[in-house]
Design a binder for this molecule. Structure first.
Ligand code: ZN
Length: 311
């Protein structure tokens, strides 16, 4: 077994990055994207969402995509589910990680999953029970994500108490990990620290925490550094900065995986990711994703040969 890297990165481009695109990315291109991400050494891929195809047509092929991704070795394949029905599909597909979502913002939760926060918490308990009903071996890792944890385009600032309410519900219901998601990209470094510490005070320091960051205000990497400074070592990111939220006008994509990897490695933190290989995902995306959705400083500047260590 190789030593685990200092920072764990989950590549969410195939899910968060594609879910709001107006164009359907062909199934074969999704396969190629996931293959390229895995080949670069990414440890975890958020590969799709188990939602009805009529709600998100992009994931009409999610069963095929998961079956393909799950053939890959050395990578954890996860999927987002908004409810028990989605979780049952994910379990049937054999995914290795399930990401459930509850918004700290009541309004966003309604817009996103058409339920109240209290109803969505009940939904999470049902998912936990559904997983536990299966054999202990092979149970997927269950992460509870708190969406809009750092602000909401519909409600504005979100109180730490609202975030902690959802985090506590997840912890009490048996989440294996809690994700704190800056869904619309309104976080700033001090807010990252205060929310992380508030959640730790609520659920205890043993609960693994993950940050999911968007770059709407250009704060994405600064927020990642703020996370590192409060001992966060698990991050979501998307190749070429894919992504955006339909309920947040102007919301930019996720933090750019390539730029995040460069920064972390420059900080002396290993990621286990081969950056030049990861950059090859751009060529796949360019064929299917409109250019305005593809960002990333390294893609514009190139990896500075004068800085980057020889592979
Ligand atoms: Zn997101």
């Amino acid at each position: 077994m190789s030593q685990s890297p200092d920072v764990h990165i989950c590549e969410t481009g195939p899910r968060d990055g594609l879910q709001n695109l107006a164009v359907f990315v062909p199934t074969a291109a999704k396969f190629a994207l996931i293959d390229a991400i895995a080949a670069a050494g990414v440890a975890e891929i958020d590969a799709g969402s188990f939602v009805p195809a009529k709600v998100v047509p992009q994931f009409a092929d999610v069963e095929q995509v998961m079956a393909h991704a799950l053939k890959l070795r050395g990578v954890t394949v996860g999927a987002l589910v908004p409810n028990l029905k989605g979780a049952e599909r994910a379990l049937a597909a054999g995914v290795q990680a399930i990401y459930f979502v509850i918004s700290a913002s009541e309004t966003h939760n309604k817009a996103n999953v058409r339920r109240t926060v209290a109803e969505q918490i009940e939904g999470f308990k049902a998912v936990r029970a559904g997983i536990d009903a299966g054999p202990a071996a092979g149970r997927p890792h269950l992460m509870g994500a708190v969406s809009t944890a750092f602000g909401c385009s519909l409600e504005g600032r979100i109180s730490g108490a609202a975030v902690c309410r959802v985090a506590r519900a997840y912890a009490e219901a048996g989440a294996d990990e809690i994700g704190l998601a800056d869904t619309v990209g309104y976080a700033t470094p001090p807010l990252i620290k205060s929310i992380v510490e508030a959640v730790r005070a609520e659920v205890g320091r043993e609960m693994p925490l993950r940050l999911h960051l968007h770059d709407t205000l250009g704060m994405g990497l600064a927020n990642a550094v703020a996370g590192l400074e409060v001992d966060i070592r698990r991050f979501d990111a998307a190749v070429s900065g894919l992504g955006g939220c339909p309920f947040a006008p102007g919301a930019r994509g996720n933090i750019v995986t390539e730029d995040l990897v460069f920064m972390l490695e420059e900080m002396g933190l290993s990621t286990g990711i081969d950056l030049p290989k990861l950059m090859e995902t751009r060529a796949i995306l360019r064929q299917h994703v409109p250019a305005e959705h593809l960002t990333g400083h390294l893609h514009e500047a190139g990896i500075p040969a004068a800085l980057w260590r020889a592979a």
